[in-house]
Design a protein around this ligand. Sequence first.
Ligand SMILES: [Zn+2]
Ligand SMILES: [Zn+2]
Length: 286
Amino acid sequence: MQIRFWGVRGSLPVGGGAYRHFGGDTACIEVQAGGHVLVLDLGSGARRLGQRLAGCPRPVTVLLSHGHYDHVCGLPFFAPLRRPNGPVRLASAISGGTRGFVQRLLAPPLFPAVPDLVDPAVRCLDLDPAGVFRPGDGITVTTTPTRHDGGAVAFRIEHGGRSLVYGGDHEAGDDAADARLVALMEGADVAILDATGGAPHAAGSGGLGHSCWTDAIGLARRAGVRRVALTHHHPDSTDAGLARLDAAVRALWPGAALARTGQLIETAPPRAARPREGACHANSTA
Ligand SMILES: [Zn+2]
Ligand SMILES: [Zn+2]
């Protein structure tokens, strides 16, 4: 699996020189698995990913963790929904159904009445918040509810013996909800977790629907995850502050680091071919 970050910011997109390194776009992650493209959330980063996927004939499956603006504001600007070149599916467990949610999002007063923003060939699917979905190409997607205002789900994606968990938005601190997420992450190669934190990014200061970095790392370690990418960075956190946080995160556990826009994570080759345990590697691209 190849995992590329197109948006790592939470709550609100930000721009300017102070955000250049980690990036200012909100939640959007591309996962290449087999011949399939999976897209995790359609925050503002989805616009540039959509440009890159324009003309791509491979199946594209979008998985929305929930309907908050920072995770869907790129939906009207995601080219594969408007001009699909292959099968395109939009799947979520949003209450009221995925199609109804999209219709509400793309209508006044939230958005101008622009015709044909979503091609009729795009299939809208409703996921069970605690179920299993098989989009094809041998990919399995398992969902579980997280602790977040209005409801949200986390996804575990498995393909070719590799596994990725995207935690979406989650506030640690509730034993039952934390146990569900830990169970979903059990032994995963990579976990992408909410570490919005508090004021901003102070240790032990999760809340308002989000986790702090120490809680996120603690949950991942309980689950035996090999590698953690922390995301949903606070909009007030500049590159300088995030660089300091990244150093603290890596010092706490070398398996964890802050995600940044443009970063690529490749899961390791099948376990039998691995030279040593935990031999994942990441390439950083601008
Ligand atoms: Zn969010
Ligand atoms: Zn949210």
